[in-house]
Design a protein around this ligand. Sequence first.
Ligand code: FAD
Length: 693
Amino acid sequence: AQLDTLDIVVLAALLLGTVAYFTKGTYWAVAKDPYAGSLANGAAAKAGKTRDILEKMDESGKNCVIFYGSQTGTAEDYASRLAKEGSSRFGLKTMTADLEEYDFENLDSFPEDKVVMFVLATYGEGEPTDNAVEFYEFISSEDVSFNQGVAASEKPLTNLKYVAFGLGNNTYEHYNSMVRNVTKFLDRLGANRIGAAGEGDDGAGTMEEDFLAWKEPMWKDLADSMDLQEREAVYEPVLEVTEKPDMDPESDDVYLGEPNKNHLEGKQKGPFNAHNPYIAPIAESKELFTVKDRNCLHMEIDISGSNLSYTTGDHIAIWPTNAGKEVDRFMNILGLSEKRHMVISVKGLDATAKIPFPSPTTYDAVVRYHMEICAPVSRQFVSALAPFSPNDNIKAEMTKIGNDKDYFHDQVAARNYNLAQLLEYLSQGQTWDKVPFTIVVEGLHKIQPRYYSISSSSLVQKNKISITAVVESVEIPGATHVLKGVTTNYLLALKQKQHGDPTPDPHGLEYAIDGPRNKYDGIHVPVHVRHSNFKLPSDPSKPIIMIGPGTGVAPFRGFVQERAKQARDGETVGKTMLFFGCRKRTEDFIYADEWEAYKNDMGDSFEMLTAFSRDGAQKVYVQHLLKQRAAEIDRLLQQKAYFYVCGDAANMAREVNTVLAQIIAEQRGISESKAEDIVKAMRNSNAYQEDVW
Ligand code: FAD
């Protein structure tokens, strides 16, 4: 048959596509050394690092890879716990791998004597985590393009053995959708799942226990399937720490908390991102209210000259520093105080080990800047530390806590203990000097930047990012410790310093506020910007309805600021309804004066509705106000209004969703289930957006 021009064009395109497909791994290989500096910097790509997972496993003698899709570090932590357990209990040769660092075209060549594990967090509205986006696109497009009619034996992944665990939150609509979809795709492609796909639920607060309960039967199934013999688990380090008493901690090549080489060399070089923060000046800071034991901060972070940019609705990440008080506690209980400034070099014992911070460094820098030392302790970690207890009685107690879920809850979780507090309590202050430093580095999370919904408009202040944050301070009646949020108390201390307050740190937490080598001196904080999908409609005349009680109002301050400016500039601005709630008008009604000014700019297009839960005899919340305005809300929705919810994910956001469905049902005379479908459709078309935490 003759080929016409169109056929030739199509064929050529197909051929090009095929070549690109099969050569993807070699052409687009980007090796990443997270500490080499800014990542998009070509020089940072270290030659010779493969994106071929099979090649990597073969060269390092591994038969089990645990991929993680992680946003806040929990999935990554679970992956490394599975790796350790697989190795110490079953003799598997394990490695963990960031989904972003490999290609998946050769999943079909996995031999049957290897196993792949996936630990996948679901983020926001059922989305993959940032590092899992490409993998998810790949596996879902494979699923779509795959001919479902083929015989089982011809399915491409029949040799692939895999295990899966998902991290999700049942307060979100698409609960654990990552693990659910990925297992669905893999199963349809013929892969063999070992054990059930696990699902951890952060919404119910049972993530850790869900993980522990899932992994035991999974290990049994895996052991059967791969003919593995279980043995008594002993701690096998993945890292090696070497002390360097001859090195001077002040010498130029020792990292004292600098996140990467650029920072060590004193050059701030962009692009600034999740691997490379910008040390930003805080232009202004103040407290929006100060009621006893409750602080709410407003800060203006100056990004001019950094090349960082944001659009209204984005998030800013703040890189925290641990409080000196907690660093000291940690050092003391582990017997490290005397040598806290000793230079140490940290190495992986094999090529696949991940070192969570740059080295050489010091004990002090690692504990202060790189590890999440204040976080809750996991039950599995208590068991892992038991053999290193100072004496047999304490060891027995640690073992009991590690084995007994309820006892763990009473002794540890209910008291909000962090690791050092627990160890202090159990040994009554006696040092735990048998604990290898590597086990804590391997067992604790890497410190995570915290996100804040930007509370300014990029149209109004392109180079200054506002944040609105409540300082975390959780007191349990009868407990000996008050839990102090890591980042927000650090921000509070920065604000105090900026104002030359005589008590630079109101809680005696004593931050190293000037940063490593005084690099943060003059009120600076390390940040990066994360772009979000929480966005105003591009057409300002569209109506919007915003629900943001408490600090949930943060992004809406940005939204309203933007619309007020558009109104001042003569643009037509649609109805802008803001539902806000707090305790008392006179106590925590944040930005009260500003809302008045926006009203002057926008006139009747702007309406603010307030619910004060402690002002009257009856508690009023934003949900009640919504109901009172049912008719108008439905009318605006019919006019294609955008509906936004920000703030508390656990209760408020869920209730608002329910109330909205009730309003639609009542107003339109339809069933609640129909109305729920309408809300779902709004979510799918981005007319209903959430920014919740
Ligand atoms: P952390 O130290 O992280 O502690 C937070 C909580 O973790 C504690 O309250 C406690 O419940 C638990 N916890 C910590 N340690 C322990 C322990 N040892 N035992 C038991 N429980 C423990 N916040 C705002 O104020 N404003 C915003 O605009 C805002 N926007 C956000 C946007 C997004 C997308 C996200 C994900 C979060 C947002 N947050 C916002 C929340 C913010 O990121 C932080 O979580 C919050 O400020 C607390 O941080 P922290 O470091 O001070 O507290």
